[in-house]
Design a protein around this ligand. Structure first.
Ligand code: UT7
Length: 332
């Protein structure tokens, strides 16, 4: 049997640090409110002079390749999870392929928001298992700072979302590796967290340039409490689903790396599963919610800090827009 294994993990975040204190100068909010409700202390915003989703992903890739002792030329497929591609189309996967100087390998974009990285990992896992590809680059990368509304009107989302990129390299192995992935969605809740425009199902006159500045273009709409309520239920469900599918108990998880949505969500999940602090990794305090990038950034930092060792059981779990939710159980 052929399995896939993560052989390298890396990340990159932009240099510009945006503190809660800074946000209090552009909207009606406080450091206390943000920390108490979300756990976030600071986050990173892109620099338009040098950062793009694709080049941040390229920097994360180079770190992952270096840690895996591989080079760009070894990559034979890219799966790129983002909801904030550099262009409306084509996707950021091809821009990364160009940036890495790779000729004609396939590049696939995944648009599953906060669950995007696990969806991408699952797709890559199937390609490796089937024997179609040998070295797959899996990316989660976002630039959200250019879309959020930095004003009191947008404060429920502006204080949360931020920028960053993470990369994982998958290769075949005789032993797992990725033990399982579980993917879910429920589109009944699509409009609880969404950006409506530039959507295609609009009359032509509403899609003209003069409408670009209307209130729905690139504006994140989130029913925060609704998302929160569903998130805590689905996180637990999909983690338990992964454990049951592998005949494992929660005590066997060495490290849970949840999507960094809100520290309160991670703490709720930790408490319900009765996991110790050393069994859960959180870095939302430093980076905010980076959507598809949050899991690979957290994985990369946890690995660098020595929190992930050979043979450890790592559980990834995510919930977000769609709604979508997903988990991956990995033997490192
Ligand atoms: O990545 C996956 C998807 N996203 C998530 O998982 C996020 C899930 N949801 C959340 O994290 C939380 O719902 C938030 C952090 C977004 C909001 O926290 P909340 O406790 O659910 O607040 P709320 O939206 O119910 O609003 C409570 C109050 C409101 O004021 P009133 O109406 O009670 O007077 C808001 O206007 O807090 C106010 N508020 C703020 N106040 C200061 C909302 N945002 C802010 C803010 N600063 N930034």
């Amino acid at each position: 049997m052929r399995y896939s294994k993560i052989v390298g993990i890396g990340h990159h975040v932009p240099e510009t640090v945006i503190t809660n204190q800074y946000l209090t100068t552009v909207m009606d909010t406080t450091d206390e409110w943000i920390q108490e409700r979300t756990g976030i202390k600071e986050r990173r915003y892109m620099d338009p002079a040098k950062d793009t989703v694709a080049n941040m992903a390229a920097k994360a890739t180079r770190l992952a390749l270096q840690r895996a002792n591989l080079t760009e030329k070894d990559i034979d497929f890219i799966v790129f999870a983002t909801i904030t591609p550099d262009y409306f189309f084509p996707g950021s996967g091809v821009l990364l392929q160009r940036e890495l100087g790779l000729e004609s390998i396939g590049a696939l974009d995944i648009r599953n928001a906060c669950s995007g990285f696990i969806y991408a990992l699952s797709v890559a896992d199937q390609f490796i298992k089937s024997g179609m590809y040998k070295t797959i680059l899996v990316i989660g990368a976002e630039i959200q700072s250019t879309a959020i509304e930095l004003s009191t009107k947008g404060r429920n989302t502006a204080v949360i979302f931020a920028d960053g990129a993470g990369a994982a390299i998958l290769q075949p192995n005789e032993k797992p590796g990725i033990l399982s992935t579980h993917l879910h969605s429920d589109g009944r809740f699509a409009e609880e967290l969404y950006v409506r425009d530039p959507g295609s199902s609009r009359p032509r006159e509403e899609r003209q340039p003069e409408q670009i500045l209307d209130t729905t273009h690139f504006k994140v709409v989130m029913n925060g409490s609704q998302v929160f309520k569903h998130a805590v239920v689905r996180f637990l469900e999909v983690i338990n689903e992964a454990l049951e599918a592998n005949g494992m108990k929660k005590e066997e998880i060495n490290l849970l790396v949840p999507h960094q949505a809100n520290l309160r969500i991670s703490q709720f999940v930790q408490e319900k599963l009765a996991l110790r602090d050393d069994q859960v990794y959180n870095n939302i305090m430093r980076y905010g919610n980076t959507t598809a990038a949050s899991i690979p950034i957290a994985l990369s930092e946890a690995w660098a800090e020595g929190r992930i060792k050979e043979n450890d059981v790592i559980c990834l779990a995510a919930f977000g827009s769609g709604f979508t939710w997903a988990s991956a159980l990995i033997r490192w």
